[in-house]
Design a protein around this ligand. Sequence first.
Ligand code: 13P
Length: 288
Amino acid sequence: MSLVPMKTILSQAEEGNYGVGSFSVANMEMVIGAVQAAEELKSPLILQVAEVRLNHSPLHLLGPLMVAAARASEVPVAVHLDHGMSTPVIAQALEIGFSSVMYDGSHHDLETNISNTAGVVQMAEKYGATVEAEIGRVGGSEDGSEDIEMQLTSVKDAERMEKETGLDALAVAIGNAHGMCKGEPDIRVDRLREIDARTEAPLVLHGGSGISEKVFQQCIEAGVRKINVATSTFNKVTKQVNEAFVATGAYQNYFDLHQDEVKGAKANVLKHMNIFGSAGKASAVQIK
Ligand code: 13P
């Protein structure tokens, strides 16, 4: 199949009542692992990189690689810029061929968030790309550099945001936080249901690491269609490499290390695709 707009994947998920994982990647090995998992399970896939991670994984290098992997894939893959904060980076991602961008204006007041998001929707239109925006504020921070307090999404603000911007996907703050939580986060599924009842756009759950299988399923039942997973994949790759290193005492060559990174990323993606119900759904995505 190929590179597809994220909204195509999400509208099929809406119809089939399942969730699709949006998996953060940092290098070629993680991209290969994620695509292998999706192909093995015949699942649609969203590959993402966040703007704050670009100091480690430069967009002009990782971006074309992600797009090329999507184009060559046997399953539908969307390539997404996660937590885009600045217009030049969003523009660069669109030029590279990303089929989706997030504008994160959650640190601004509502009016500014709405007007900036509307500007990004306009920018993305000529590329046919999907736009995700955030209302309320997800706790923690994408790269662990800040401990942002969660601000619960108001139903009224979510309705306004959708109506006044023309966004395609709405990220909500319902008790979720980025990074591994100390305990299980208290996810407000009741608020999620209220938001879902009053909005049309597919809902996005950030902070997928540390949420239990049961709560993921409750969120999907309540309207979540895209689930972001970052930390647990980075941790799994690191663990896979550490365990192999401890077991053997030392890597004998670079390519064993490469293979363990692919294996770690693949394992975490497989696990989440099975939980989210996207396995076997690749052919449901109609590519026009
Ligand atoms: P986690 O790091 O908790 O998986 O969150 C990922 C995320 O929401 C990226 O936007």
